[in-house]
Design a protein around this ligand. Structure first.
Ligand code: SF4
Length: 728
């Protein structure tokens, strides 16, 4: 019998998946393995924490399965002469990678090597990866998959508010508000334990969800039988995909036209209001209805509901929140800017109990964009082209500021440049599965396959690892120490509960070994606590200031029941900053900048050969590219294959019955999936979840058109043709 034998103390840590970073306790046990050996195992239990209050979703409960995935990578693999991947030693694999990187850099310059990171890496790894790229490889070409996830919200918040911290307030603050406007975020599936914080707004009838699908979250707003069922709920607005910006302009128009703005707040705390007021004047409700399909009475109702909830009109508070649905757009930065403008017009931002925030997606999407993985950033959320920032960080790194490369290019531009004349010939990928998660995935595959060298560090043979020249097996989540920064800018500890299988090693060790082999004099620490201390010094004085934190302080805090620290934490005795912007905005004049924006529409136009909208998204049971969750039997059983949601009217018109195979074709490619009839999707729209590769892979269809400010791809809307698979 499988007797549970404790092998180490229980570890208080957090979930490996999304940015809610639910607290959990991992209890190591030992279970008999297949041949009588004893395999390390951990059991998972939810832990009390302000964000999840002990709750976990299906992904969190089953997360330990990934530790013992049957195909877990345990030894380095190198592609042999036969074309097959062959196991080898670490020395042989690292010698090979270092020698080929050195040769490529010698032949074509340091910019011939590129690095791609991930929003799931710990803060320590994100920091070291940026340092490794800029001081050891000396390449400007580093970016990460957060560009697919958060870049538009980050760009807009930095531009308008002077700082980007997803939620600049604790998530639990939402509970006291009368209204929450949630745009393009299906939290009921992506982070279910967060839904409890919407209960106050639901009870007040003030939950407003904007989504082209009547998602599980939208049903919380308009179906009293869902959730706790406490009376009034709210409103679901179901616009045409890609028109959220027009909805926001229309809401601002109504607020201003009906005299519901917070004039005193606007005068005291913002600049640029007059320009914004002029820009929204053209978005009268009837025009908004014509563009978006949102009925005029619904638009007016929501504007009044938000205004009534705002403190200036005696309400308990209101929040405006954005998610990927509005950010993954060629006008994503403009859309988030419009959301911030609306929140400013209502006097919400920087007020206790109200505000604007972005619901970050990836586990360390927040920390991952603060420590130097982004093409234009240095640690502390510093700009890489700021001379003072370069000097500060170079001093911490012990290098000449002049030696640091300048800005690189955002992820999609980086991927497009691979293999082009003068572009990168080698790519190192860490914590990212580009063949599934990048837009226009077939083109990405062709570019990766044409590289002179593709190196992938991963825990399992992801689709991207399967085409690599070298695959390096690395530790994950419950096998390592480190820190993460949650969606509310809260720095928390990740703790080790079990050993990694086989010869998997931390990326920190991999980068230090490569640096040594490449003859770099730069010191790359391998102890996560030492890396964090250096990260804290590098970030000190920056917007995302971790200067007063250390692993020891975080451990002491948690041992005393404390729930981590919200940055900035500039000194060892500083308590952290749960709420930003209360007194001033971190802009030169201390005021928020209101920036006029206008609705243009998606890059793709509907046309006779592609007359429908395709939108993509997530399901409860799978996370991102599915590299982890497809290896969890319980989750895979629940949602084993991709499917396409069609409205029954559309299915009947096209002759695609429920359950039949349907072919979807865009300008990028074609794929098939099983049709699923549902009236939760608009009759002009098809929904395809994006967690799969091969047949049914959504990103074979998506466009790599990007937002001009943030570089974020337009995953959420493109023109598609839909037909029965047999006839295509
Ligand atoms: Fe993990 Fe997110 Fe689920 Fe929480 S909501 S258990 S952090 S996947």
């Amino acid at each position: 019998p499988a007797s549970a034998l404790p092998v180490a103390p229980a570890a208080a840590t957090h979930c490996p998946y999304c940015a809610l970073q639910c607290a959990m306790t991992l209890t190591p046990t030992a279970l008999p393995g297949p041949s009588g050996s004893v395999a390390p195992e951990v059991s998972v239990a939810g832990r009390e924490f302000p964000t999840n209050r002990g709750g976990l979703c299906q992904k969190g409960w089953t997360s330990a399965s990934v530790l013992r995935a049957a195909d877990r990578l345990t030894v380095p693999l190198v592609r042999g002469r036969s074309g097959e991947m062959e196991p080898t030693t670490w020395d042989a694999a690292l010698d090979l990678v270092a020698s080929r990187l050195a040769r490529i850099a010698a032949e074509s310059g340091p910019q011939a090597v590129a690095v791609f990171g991930g929003g799931g890496l710990t803060n320590e790894k994100a920091y070291t990866l940026g340092k490794f790229a800029r001081t050891v490889l000396r390449t400007p070409f580093i970016d990460y998959n957060g560009r697919f996830c958060m870049a538009s919200a980050a760009a807009a918040a930095n531009r308008s508010l002077g700082a980007d911290r997803g939620l600049p307030f604790p998530l639990s603050d939402l509970g006291g508000a009368d209204a929450v406007l949630l745009l393009g975020s299906n939290v009921a599936e992506t982070m279910p334990p967060s839904v409890q914080h919407l209960a106050g707004a639901r009870a007040a009838g003030g939950l407003v969800v904007v989504d082209p699908r009547r998602s599980a979250t939208a049903r919380l707003a308009d179906d009293p039988s869902t959730g706790s069922g406490r009376g009034a709920q709210g409103v679901h607005l179901q616009p045409v995909p890609g028109t959220d910006l027009a909805v926001l302009l229309g809401l601002a128009h109504v607020v201003l036209a009906e005299g519901l703005a917070d004039a005193a707040y606007l005068a005291e705390r913002t600049t640029g209001f007059d320009d914004v007021a002029r820009s929204v004047a053209a978005w009268w409700p009837e025009r908004v209805e014509a563009v978006t399909g949102v009925p005029v009475p619904e638009l007016r109702r929501v504007a009044r509901l938000l205004a009534a909830a705002s403190p200036s009109r005696g309400g308990r508070g209101a929040y405006v929140l954005t998610g990927r649905g509005v950010e993954q757009s060629s006008q994503g930065t403009a859309t988030v800017t419009a959301a911030i403008n609306l929140a400013l017009i209502l006097g919400l931002v920087g007020r206790v109990g109200s505000g604007y925030g972005a619901v970050t997606g990836q586990g360390n999407g927040q920390g991952g964009r603060e420590h130097g993985q982004k093409s234009d950033q240095l640690p502390g959320y510093r700009k890489i082209d700021d001379p003072a920032a370069r000097e500060h960080v170079a001093a911490v790194w012990g290098v000449d500021p002049e030696s640091l490369p300048g800005p690189g290019v955002p992820a999609v531009a980086l991927l497009r440049s691979l293999g082009t004349p003068g572009g990168p010939r080698a790519l190192l990928v860490h914590g990212s599965n580009l063949l599934v998660s990048a837009p226009d995935a077939a083109a990405v595959r062709a570019r990766l396959e044409a590289l002179d060298l593709l190196v992938v560090c991963d825990v399992v043979p992801s689709e991207t690892a399967l085409i690599a020249d070298v695959v390096l097996p690395v530790t994950q989540w419950a096998e390592e120490e480190g820190t993460m920064t949650s969606l509310e800018g809260r720095v928390i500890r990740r703790r080790k509960a079990t050993d990694a299988p086989g010869d998997a090693r931390s990326e920190l060790w991999v980068w230090a070994e490569l640096a040594r082999r490449l003859g770099s004099p730069v010191h790359l620490a391998t102890d996560p606590a030492e890396v964090f201390d250096e990260l804290a010094r590098a970030s000190a004085g920056g917007v995302a200031d971790y200067g007063g934190l250390s692993h020891a302080r975080l451990d002491d805090d948690e041992a005393g029941g404390g729930p981590g620290f919200h940055w900035p934490v500039p000194a060892a005795d500083h308590p952290g900053t749960p709420r930003l912007f209360l007194d001033r905005f971190p802009t030169p004049d201390g005021r928020a900048r209101m920036i006029p924006v206008d609705h243009i529409g998606p890059t793709d136009d509907l046309r006779p050969d592609a007359p429908l909208w395709l939108t993509t998204g997530r399901v409860l049971q799978h996370y991102q590219s599915g590299a982890q969750t497809h290896r969890v039997p319980e989750l895979e059983r629940l949602v084993p294959a991709p499917y396409a949601e069609l409205h029954p009217l559309l299915g009947a018109r096209l002759g695609v019955p429920d359950g039949a195979r349907v072919r979807l074709t865009t300008a990028r490619g074609t794929t098939t999936a099983t049709a699923r009839w549902t009236d939760t999707v608009r009759p002009d729209t098809v929904f395809l979840p994006f967690h799969w590769s091969g047949e049914g892979s959504a990103n074979l269809l998506t466009t790599d058109a990007v937002d001009p400010v943030s570089g974020m791809p337009e995953f959420k809307v493109c023109a598609v043709a839909v037909a029965p698979a047999e006839e295509a």
